[in-house]
Write a protein that binds this ligand. Structure first.
Ligand SMILES: N[C@H](CCC[C@H](N)C(=O)O)C(=O)O
Length: 276
């Protein structure tokens, strides 16, 4: 199998093109290939497939073998892959995802290669039961989740995949390893959840660290950055445009008031190609 190792701000993927459909053993393959000691090593396995509704289709399998509905950093990598490998000559194209429909992307290029990618991530889903959570409220803001005697207030947002955003004093030094997995698998979240810990520094800049569903601590999370911006607007903490600063770097997120759509802008990189 030919693959290209790519990342968005250090959130890394094994990218495979040329399949007609997801192989039956995609989950087992993801576990094996994402293993950082016995495999290639990545946060996820990404397939670029044909689509009837868009230029391409993306499927993303987490390193634990679970398939996600959407992945912001991966969709930027897919856009870069198809442009740089001349599978399209368009700098404005569409990519179909499992859980967030068809998403328009815009590339800026440098030296004939894609550099920055802006993705229309669609409208956030805020109804608690649709995120999903077990909470019948719309939106879910400042709801309390208790784990091991500690209470966290969270805001729930889906970008196609589920997120809970929690504000803490010092996100960059927060104990992700202790609290991330407990929250990821909490019964309030029927399909588990991605957990973002955020510190708002101004109305235009937020530090965020993420414990991802099915992947654990990653250096960046595109959908998580979108969820963090939405939660910060809902909680009156930021404007509708802000830089979300992750361990791996910055993403620029805008929640357009008129269209209700979220725009994410950030880089994508290809590291090497290989055969496995
Ligand atoms: N672990 C996520 C999928 C990857 C999302 C993240 N890597 C991103 O950039 O949006 C989930 O199970 O919902």
């Amino acid at each position: 199998m030919e693959f290209t190792k790519m990342h968005g701000l250090g959130n890394d993927f094994v990218v495979v093109y040329g399949e007609q459909a997801l192989p039956g053993n995609a989950s087992e393959l993801a576990i094996e290939l994402c293993n950082r000691f016995f495999g290639i090593g990545a946060d996820g396995l990404v397939y670029i497939l044909p689509s009837d509704n868009a230029d391409f289709k993306m499927r993303i399998i987490n390193s634990d073998g679970s398939e996600a509905e959407q992945c912001g950093n991966a969709i930027r990598c897919v856009a870069k892959y198809v442009y740089d490998n001349r599978l399209t000559d368009k700098t404005e194209l569409t990519i179909e995802t499992l859980g967030a429909g068809v998403q328009p992307v815009k590339l800026t290029t440098e030296g004939g290669k894609a550099a920055l990618v802006t993705v229309d991530m669609g409208a956030p889903i805020l109804n608690g039961l649709d995120v999903p959570t077990t909470i019948d409220a719309n939106p879910v803001i400042g709801h309390t989740v208790s784990v091991d005697g500690r209470d966290f207030a969270f805001t729930a947002v889906s970008m196609g995949n589920p997120h809970c955003v929690i504000y803490v004093d010092d996100a960059a030094n927060f104990d992700l390893a202790t609290w991330g997995p407990k929250l990821e698998k909490h019964p309030l979240f029927p399909r588990k959840i991605n957990v973002e810990f955020a510190t708002v520094n101004s109305r235009g800049q937020v530090d965020m660290r993420v414990w991802e569903r099915g992947a654990g601590p990653t250096l960046a999370c595109g959908t998580g950055a979108c969820a963090t911006l939405v939660a910060s607007v809902l909680n009156g903490k930021t404007d509708r445009k802000a830089t979300i600063s992750l361990a791996g770097g910055d993403l620029f997120i805008e929640w357009d008031e008129t269209s209700n759509r979220i725009y994410m802008t950030g880089p994508a990189a290809a590291v090497y190609s290989g055969t496995v």
